[in-house]
Design a protein around this ligand. Structure first.
Ligand SMILES: [Fe+2]
Ligand SMILES: [Fe+2]
Length: 179
Protein backbone atom coordinates (compact mmCIF):
# COMPACT_ATOMS: atom_id res chain seq x y z
CA UNK A 1 0.00 0.00 0.00
CA UNK A 2 1.25 3.43 -0.95
CA UNK A 3 0.93 5.94 1.92
CA UNK A 4 -0.57 9.32 1.02
CA UNK A 5 -1.43 12.55 2.82
CA UNK A 6 -4.47 12.22 5.02
CA UNK A 7 -7.68 13.96 3.99
CA UNK A 8 -9.26 14.22 7.42
CA UNK A 9 -8.44 15.73 10.83
CA UNK A 10 -5.74 13.22 11.71
CA UNK A 11 -2.50 13.52 9.77
CA UNK A 12 -0.88 10.48 8.17
CA UNK A 13 2.00 10.15 10.69
CA UNK A 14 -0.51 10.07 13.56
CA UNK A 15 -2.49 7.43 11.69
CA UNK A 16 0.62 5.37 11.07
CA UNK A 17 1.55 5.53 14.75
CA UNK A 18 -1.92 4.54 15.97
CA UNK A 19 -2.21 1.67 13.50
CA UNK A 20 1.22 0.36 14.41
CA UNK A 21 0.46 0.71 18.11
CA UNK A 22 -2.76 -1.30 17.69
CA UNK A 23 -0.90 -3.82 15.54
CA UNK A 24 1.65 -4.37 18.28
CA UNK A 25 -1.18 -5.03 20.70
CA UNK A 26 -2.51 -7.58 18.21
CA UNK A 27 0.93 -9.19 17.96
CA UNK A 28 1.28 -9.40 21.74
CA UNK A 29 -2.02 -11.25 21.83
CA UNK A 30 -1.05 -13.63 19.04
CA UNK A 31 1.99 -14.70 21.03
CA UNK A 32 0.05 -14.74 24.30
CA UNK A 33 -2.43 -17.32 23.03
CA UNK A 34 0.28 -19.31 21.26
CA UNK A 35 2.24 -19.47 24.51
CA UNK A 36 -0.89 -20.61 26.30
CA UNK A 37 -1.43 -23.52 23.88
CA UNK A 38 2.28 -24.34 23.59
CA UNK A 39 2.61 -24.81 27.34
CA UNK A 40 0.45 -27.93 26.92
CA UNK A 41 1.65 -29.34 23.62
CA UNK A 42 4.90 -27.72 22.48
CA UNK A 43 6.83 -26.67 25.55
CA UNK A 44 10.08 -26.23 23.62
CA UNK A 45 8.56 -23.33 21.64
CA UNK A 46 7.66 -21.30 24.73
CA UNK A 47 11.01 -19.48 25.26
CA UNK A 48 11.11 -18.31 21.64
CA UNK A 49 7.48 -17.12 21.72
CA UNK A 50 8.14 -15.30 24.98
CA UNK A 51 11.07 -13.55 23.39
CA UNK A 52 8.89 -12.51 20.43
CA UNK A 53 6.22 -11.26 22.80
CA UNK A 54 8.68 -9.12 24.74
CA UNK A 55 9.85 -7.59 21.43
CA UNK A 56 6.24 -6.69 20.66
CA UNK A 57 5.78 -5.20 24.12
CA UNK A 58 8.81 -2.99 23.52
CA UNK A 59 7.41 -1.94 20.13
CA UNK A 60 4.06 -1.11 21.72
CA UNK A 61 5.80 1.20 24.20
CA UNK A 62 7.81 2.93 21.46
CA UNK A 63 4.65 3.81 19.50
CA UNK A 64 2.66 4.80 22.56
CA UNK A 65 5.41 7.15 23.68
CA UNK A 66 5.50 8.83 20.27
CA UNK A 67 1.68 9.05 20.16
CA UNK A 68 1.63 10.84 23.50
CA UNK A 69 4.51 13.10 22.51
CA UNK A 70 2.50 14.54 19.62
CA UNK A 71 -0.96 14.27 21.21
CA UNK A 72 -2.05 11.53 18.86
CA UNK A 73 -4.85 9.07 19.44
CA UNK A 74 -5.30 5.44 20.22
CA UNK A 75 -6.74 3.46 17.30
CA UNK A 76 -10.46 2.71 17.39
CA UNK A 77 -9.62 -0.84 16.39
CA UNK A 78 -7.14 -1.31 19.26
CA UNK A 79 -9.29 -3.84 21.12
CA UNK A 80 -10.39 -5.49 17.89
CA UNK A 81 -6.73 -6.02 17.01
CA UNK A 82 -6.15 -7.58 20.40
CA UNK A 83 -9.10 -9.91 20.06
CA UNK A 84 -8.31 -10.78 16.44
CA UNK A 85 -4.69 -11.43 17.38
CA UNK A 86 -5.68 -13.71 20.23
CA UNK A 87 -8.03 -15.76 18.05
CA UNK A 88 -5.53 -16.00 15.19
CA UNK A 89 -2.77 -17.08 17.57
CA UNK A 90 -5.03 -19.62 19.25
CA UNK A 91 -6.32 -21.23 16.06
CA UNK A 92 -2.85 -21.34 14.49
CA UNK A 93 -1.38 -22.94 17.62
CA UNK A 94 -4.06 -25.65 17.59
CA UNK A 95 -2.71 -26.57 14.16
CA UNK A 96 0.67 -27.27 15.70
CA UNK A 97 4.13 -25.81 15.40
CA UNK A 98 3.92 -25.30 11.65
CA UNK A 99 0.65 -23.47 12.23
CA UNK A 100 2.39 -21.16 14.69
CA UNK A 101 5.24 -20.48 12.29
CA UNK A 102 2.86 -20.00 9.34
CA UNK A 103 0.97 -17.40 11.38
CA UNK A 104 4.17 -15.56 12.34
CA UNK A 105 5.43 -15.58 8.77
CA UNK A 106 2.11 -14.37 7.31
CA UNK A 107 1.55 -11.55 9.81
CA UNK A 108 5.11 -10.30 9.75
CA UNK A 109 5.35 -10.38 5.96
CA UNK A 110 2.32 -8.09 5.64
CA UNK A 111 3.55 -5.87 8.48
CA UNK A 112 7.07 -5.50 7.03
CA UNK A 113 5.64 -4.49 3.69
CA UNK A 114 3.63 -1.75 5.41
CA UNK A 115 6.54 -0.62 7.58
CA UNK A 116 8.73 -0.19 4.52
CA UNK A 117 6.09 1.87 2.73
CA UNK A 118 5.56 3.95 5.89
CA UNK A 119 9.27 4.68 6.00
CA UNK A 120 9.17 5.97 2.43
CA UNK A 121 6.29 8.31 3.33
CA UNK A 122 7.85 9.50 6.59
CA UNK A 123 11.21 10.17 5.04
CA UNK A 124 9.62 12.10 2.15
CA UNK A 125 7.76 14.15 4.74
CA UNK A 126 10.79 14.56 7.00
CA UNK A 127 9.07 13.31 10.13
CA UNK A 128 12.23 12.20 11.89
CA UNK A 129 10.67 11.01 15.16
CA UNK A 130 8.02 8.84 13.52
CA UNK A 131 10.60 7.55 11.05
CA UNK A 132 12.91 6.54 13.89
CA UNK A 133 10.08 4.84 15.77
CA UNK A 134 9.12 2.75 12.73
CA UNK A 135 12.66 1.94 11.67
CA UNK A 136 13.62 0.89 15.22
CA UNK A 137 11.27 -2.10 15.07
CA UNK A 138 11.92 -3.24 11.50
CA UNK A 139 14.83 -5.56 12.27
CA UNK A 140 12.89 -7.36 15.01
CA UNK A 141 9.94 -7.97 12.68
CA UNK A 142 12.25 -9.28 9.96
CA UNK A 143 13.79 -11.61 12.48
CA UNK A 144 10.34 -12.93 13.49
CA UNK A 145 9.42 -13.44 9.84
CA UNK A 146 12.67 -15.21 8.98
CA UNK A 147 12.31 -17.65 11.85
CA UNK A 148 8.78 -18.39 10.62
CA UNK A 149 10.18 -18.96 7.16
CA UNK A 150 13.09 -21.15 8.26
CA UNK A 151 10.76 -23.51 10.09
CA UNK A 152 8.76 -24.10 6.87
CA UNK A 153 5.80 -22.11 8.15
CA UNK A 154 6.05 -20.09 4.97
CA UNK A 155 6.12 -22.88 2.46
CA UNK A 156 4.26 -25.93 3.76
CA UNK A 157 1.36 -26.48 1.38
CA UNK A 158 -1.04 -27.73 4.05
CA UNK A 159 -0.89 -24.33 5.72
CA UNK A 160 -1.44 -22.32 2.60
CA UNK A 161 -5.03 -21.38 3.39
CA UNK A 162 -4.13 -20.48 6.97
CA UNK A 163 -1.45 -18.12 5.64
CA UNK A 164 -3.84 -16.60 3.11
CA UNK A 165 -6.56 -15.96 5.68
CA UNK A 166 -4.10 -14.44 8.15
CA UNK A 167 -2.47 -12.23 5.50
CA UNK A 168 -5.86 -11.03 4.33
CA UNK A 169 -7.08 -10.28 7.84
CA UNK A 170 -3.87 -8.40 8.70
CA UNK A 171 -4.05 -6.36 5.52
CA UNK A 172 -7.72 -5.46 6.09
CA UNK A 173 -7.21 -4.35 9.67
CA UNK A 174 -4.24 -2.13 8.73
CA UNK A 175 -6.15 -0.49 5.87
CA UNK A 176 -9.20 -0.07 8.07
CA UNK A 177 -7.10 1.70 10.72
CA UNK A 178 -5.52 4.02 8.12
CA UNK A 179 -8.84 5.38 6.81
FE1 LIG B 1 6.16 -5.62 16.63
FE1 LIG C 1 6.73 -9.09 15.36
Amino acid sequence: MHYKDSKNFLDTPKKILKVNHAGEFGAINIYKSQIFVSKFFMKDLVPMLQEFMSDEQRHLDIFWKEIQQRHGVKCKSYWLCGLGGYVMGFVSALLGRKGIMACTWAVESVVINHLENQLVYLSDNEDVEAYDAVSSILEDEKNHRDIGQASKGATNLLYKSLRSIISLFTEIIIRFGMR
